[in-house]
Design a protein around this ligand. Structure first.
Ligand SMILES: Cc1cc2nc3c(=O)[nH]c(=O)nc-3n(C[C@H](O)[C@H](O)[C@H](O)COP(=O)(O)OP(=O)(O)OC[C@H]3O[C@@H](n4cnc5c(N)ncnc54)[C@H](O)[C@@H]3O)c2cc1C
Length: 329
């Protein structure tokens, strides 16, 4: 079936347990509100053992869920996924394609845009339907300005940050499930050799409802142990500004900011972080921001909902023992 310029397709991302990620469900919610302007809403799922995920997507807003269920599609491999999705979207013509602004989305969509010679806007923080198409808004100049963009091609691709859309509750009425008949590429030059799983109880940074981040003022690796304990108690993940990552106190995957990850948890705790524009552009959309910093003039206090002026070595242990007390109640 060919799409119109107003039709929307979400590329689904599944977690380790094979369930749609929170961001995927948010994109469906966003797509549903945009589709109210006259288009249809589809999801496309590639993976292995995706039946349950497809049913969930069909009950969370998708009119149609296209899927390809094969062992070689898990884990994500750009060399396998790109040609398959390029064929799928080429056959469908125009419309808007939504993917999460996650490591996978940031890797896949540029490849797909090149294959399809289609317009791409990454790191989108807002979408509105206008004049028979979509205006895609993204931060520019390190998050100091917003630019509205419109693709000049019938098919527009975008990666979207979390919290732009809202996940819909499951509904009794369900969309249609449609198996795809596409040929997997004969051989991929790239293979996934090793995967590092999160420890039990750890949660991925982009999906976390709570992020506890440390900055240069942590002074070393040991401080991050305290942050990890706090994150564990709050059911969240640990993040970092760039200096601790450069110094090797925290892994690269923890970096939040313009050259790191973009997060939007309900609660962001910034410990010994000054609040540079490069850091803020990765966490500025968080629900509530709590800052702990010994400098009362630190810029982070201007964007925080709550702030504690003090040395983290004194503030954090007290904070931790209160959280421990509350959690054990
Ligand atoms: C192209 C480019 C890309 C960049 N990308 C990123 C990015 O993605 N993410 C990012 O974070 N940065 C990025 N940066 C770096 C950015 O400009 C800042 O240098 C960085 O964010 C500062 O990190 P910070 O706040 O941890 O350190 P600092 O600015 O040095 O701040 C440390 C803070 O800790 C406080 N402090 C010190 N000791 C204590 C204590 N004992 N208790 C409490 N508070 C204490 C200090 O008062 C200070 O406010 C980028 C820079 C460039 C040029």
């Amino acid at each position: 079936m060919r799409e119109t310029d107003l039709d929307i397709t979400v590329i689904a991302e599944l977690d380790e347990a094979g369930k749609p990620t929170r961001l995927t469900l948010e994109l469906l919610g966003l797509g549903r509100s945009l589709a109210a302007q006259g288009g249809g809403l589809s999801a496309v799922v590639l993976g292995s053992g995706v039946e349950e995920a497809c049913s969930e997507l069909a009950s969370r807003g998708a009119d149609r869920v296209f899927f390809l269920d094969r062992p070689e599609l898990t884990p994500y491999n750009p060399e396998v996924w790109t040609p398959l999705l390029a064929t799928f979207f080429r056959e469908r013509g125009g419309g808007l394609v939504l993917a999460g602004h996650t490591p996978m989305g940031q890797d896949l969509l540029p490849r797909l845009a090149f294959s399809l010679q289609a317009g791409l806007v990454t790191d989108c923080v807002g979408i509105r339907a206008e004049e028979g198409g979509f205006i895609l808004t993204k931060p520019v100049y390190g998050g100091n300005a917003l630019a509205g963009m419109k693709a000049a091609t019938p098919l527009a691709l975008t990666t979207v940050r979390s919290r732009v859309g809202e996940a819909l509750p499951p509904s009794a009425s369900s969309g249609e499930l449609i198996p795809l008949d596409l040929e997997t590429p004969a051989e991929a030059r790239m293979r996934v050799l090793e995967r590092h799983r999160l420890e039990a109880g750890e949660c991925p940074l982009e999906e976390a409802r709570v992020v506890v981040s440390g900055g240069r003022g942590m002074g070393g690796e040991e401080g991050f142990e305290t942050l990890r304990e706090l994150a564990r108690l709050l059911g969240g993940a640990v993040g970092a500004s760039r200096p601790p990552v450069d110094a090797g106190w925290a892994p690269t995957t923890c970096q939040v900011g313009i050259t790191g990850k973009v997060v939007a948890p309900d609660l962001y705790v910034a410990v010994a972080i000054s609040g540079s524009s490069q850091h803020l552009s990765g966490m500025g959309d968080s629900g509530k921001i709590v800052a702990i910093n010994k400098d009362p003039e630190a810029y982070i206090f201007r964007v925080s909902d709550y702030g504690v002026v003090g040395d983290w070595r004194e503030v954090l242990p007290a904070f931790l023992s209160k959280v421990r007390e509350l959690v054990s109640e």
